[in-house]
Design a protein around this ligand. Structure first.
Ligand SMILES: *[C@@H]1O[C@H](CO)[C@@H](O)[C@H](O)[C@H]1NC(C)=O
Ligand SMILES: *[C@@H]1O[C@H](CO)[C@@H](O)[C@H](O)[C@H]1NC(C)=O
Ligand SMILES: *[C@@H]1O[C@H](CO)[C@@H](O)[C@H](O)[C@H]1NC(C)=O
Ligand SMILES: *[C@@H]1O[C@H](CO)[C@@H](O)[C@H](O)[C@H]1NC(C)=O
Ligand SMILES: *[C@@H]1O[C@H](CO)[C@@H](O)[C@H](O)[C@H]1NC(C)=O
Ligand SMILES: *[C@@H]1O[C@H](CO)[C@@H](O)[C@H](O)[C@H]1NC(C)=O
Ligand SMILES: *[C@@H]1O[C@H](CO)[C@@H](O)[C@H](O)[C@H]1NC(C)=O
Length: 344
C-alpha cells in the first residue's frame, strides 16, 4: 500500500513538471498542497512501520531498516498499530506482528482484578497489573510518561508479560492513581501514541462500597491466616472473607455514591476524544461472550478466557451489611433504590 502511494505521489509530481503554463499561480499552489499531502501521508505510514526514515533528496524517501509488510487494516486503525522494539530482548519471529496499546481504566473493587486475569489468559495479551499503585511512578507528568513508554515498548517485566508474540499490551489504571490528577497529559499521550482505553465500571455502587469497606477491614485484620487478600481462588476463602459485615455510614451514603458517579462521568468526559470502550462488571459476569467484544476491540483472535478467581460477596446484600435496615431506609425513594435488590 505504501509503495502504491509513493508511485501515486511521484506520478503527480512528474505530471506537474510537464504542466502547461496557463495559470502558474494556481498550479503552483496545487503542487504545494499535493506535495504536502503526499509527504505527510508517506511519513505517517512509513514512520509507523519502522521508525527510521531518512530523506536524502527532497521527495526521495529511503527506508533504512527492514520494513514489516503493511497489515491489512483500515486507514483509521493506522495510529493504533505499533511495532515496538524492546531494549531488553528481541521480538524474534514476532518482530512484524503488530501490537496494540491499551489501558484498563477503573476504580477499586469494580472487578478489574478479575477482568485482568481473564485478559491475561489470552496468549497474545499482556496486562501488567496496577503499575501506578507505586506513588513515585505517578509523581509528575514525566514519571508517568516514562512509565507508560516502558510498558508500551514491551520493556515492563511482570508476571503478566508474555513472550515476544504479545499483540496487545497494557495495564490496569485506577482513576485515583494519577489519571484524574493529570487528565490533560494522559489524554494527550493516549491520543498521540495511539493508546485505547477500556473503561470498566460497576453498576451496583452499593455492592462496590461493601467490597471497599470489607477489603479495607481485611487489610488490617488479615482474616486468611494472617495474609491480606484482595482476591481469592477458593469458595472457602471467599466464605471466610464474606463473614465480616461492614457498617455503612448512612449519613454519608448518598453523598459517597454521588461522588463515585461524578468521578465516572468526569473520566468519560476527559477521554471522550480517545478510542475507548465502556464495560460493566455485571454485564461480563452475566455473559462471558461480552469478552469477545474486548478481544475484537484489541484486535486479537477470539478465544475462551478463564480466571481462577472466586467472587467474595455472593447473594442478597442483606447478608453482607451490619446495619441493613438503616441502609434500606436511606436508599428508599432515591435513584439508588435498585442497588438494594440487584444481584452482583
Ligand atoms: C488459561 O487458563 C487455562 C485454565 O486455567 C490454563 O490451562 C491456560 O494455561 C491459561 N492460559 C494462559 C495463556 O494463561
Ligand atoms: C518528576 O519526579 C522525578 C522523580 O521524583 C524527579 O526526578 C523529576 O525531577 C520530576 N520532574 C519534574 C518535571 O518535576
Ligand atoms: C500469538 O502468539 C503466538 C505464539 O505465542 C503467535 O504464533 C501468534 O502469531 C500471535 N498472534 C498474534 C495475533 O500476534
Ligand atoms: C490456614 O492454615 C491452615 C494450616 O496450614 C490450613 O489448614 C487452613 O486451610 C488455612 N486457612 C485458610 C483460610 O487459608
Ligand atoms: C458518619 O460520618 C459523619 C461525617 O463524617 C460523622 O459525623 C458520623 O459520626 C458518622 N457516623 C457513624 C455512625 O460513624
Ligand atoms: C463533578 O464534580 C465537580 C465538582 O463538584 C464538578 O465541577 C464537575 O462538573 C462534576 N462533573 C460531572 C461530570 O458531573
Ligand atoms: C451475550 O453477549 C453477546 C455479545 O455482546 C451478545 O451477542 C449476546 O446476545 C449476549 N447473550 C445474552 C444471553 O444476553
Amino acid at each position: 500500500m505504501a509503495d502504491d502511494d509513493l508511485c501515486y505521489c511521484f506520478t503527480k509530481d512528474s505530471f506537474l513538471g510537464k504542466a502547461p503554463k496557463k495559470s502558474p499561480l494556481l498550479l503552483r499552489m496545487v503542487v504545494v498542497v499535493l506535495l504536502m499531502a503526499c509527504s505527510l501521508y508517506i511519513s505517517s505510514v512509513c514512520l509507523k512501520q519502522v521508525g527510521i526514515v531518512s530523506v536524502d533528496t527532497p521527495g526521495i524517501l529511503k527506508v533504512v531498516e527492514r520494513q514489516c509488510p503493511v497489515p491489512n487494516i483500515e486507514p483509521w486503525e493506522i495510529p493504533y498499530v505499533h511495532y515496538p522494539k524492546p531494549k531488553m530482548y528481541s521480538r524474534a519471529e514476532c518482530e512484524c506482528n503488530p501490537v496494540r496499546y491499551f489501558a484498563i481504566l477503573s476504580m477499586q473493587r469494580s472487578g478489574s482484578g478479575w477482568f485482568e486475569t481473564l485478559l491475561n489468559n489470552h496468549t497474545n495479551v499482556s496486562s501488567n497489573g496496577e503499575i501506578f499503585s507505586v506513588k513515585i511512578r505517578r509523581r509528575n507528568d514525566s514519571t508517568i510518561v516514562e512509565t507508560l513508554d516502558r510498558v508500551y515498548n514491551l520493556d515492563w517485566l511482570s508476571s503478566a508479560s508474555k513472550n515476544e508474540c504479545t499483540a496487545a499490551v497494557g495495564f490496569k489504571w485506577m482513576l485515583n492513581q494519577g489519571v484524574m490528577q493529570h487528565p490533560d497529559e494522559v489524554v494527550e499521550y493516549f491520543r498521540t501514541r495511539g493508546v485505547s482505553a477500556i473503561f470498566l465500571f460497576r453498576r451496583n455502587l452499593l455492592r462496590r462500597m461493601i467490597s471497599v469497606l470489607a477489603n479495607e477491614y481485611d487489610r488490617g485484620v488479615k482474616l486468611l491466616n494472617g495474609t491480606h487478600k484482595s482476591h481469592v481462588h477458593s469458595p472457602h476463602e471467599a466464605e471466610i472473607l464474606a463473614r465480616y459485615k461492614p457498617l455503612i455510614n448512612t449519613t454519608l451514603l448518598i453523598h459517597n455514591l454521588k461522588q463515585v458517579e461524578n468521578t465516572t462521568a468526569q473520566a468519560l468526559e476527559y477521554f471522550k476524544s480517545t478510542r475507548h470502550m465502556i464495560l460493566y462488571y455485571e454485564d461480563i459476569a452475566k455473559n462471558r461472550t461480552k469478552l469477545y467484544e474486548v478481544l475484537d476491540f484489541l484486535k486479537v483472535p477470539q478465544r475462551e478466557l478463564k480466571s481462577r478467581q472466586v467472587k467474595i460477596h455472593k447473594g442478597s446484600l442483606s447478608n453482607h451489611v451490619e446495619n441493613w435496615e438503616e441502609v434500606q431506609a436511606a436508599l428508599q425513594g432515591t435513584q439508588y433504590k435498585a442497588f438494594l435488590d440487584i444481584d452482583y
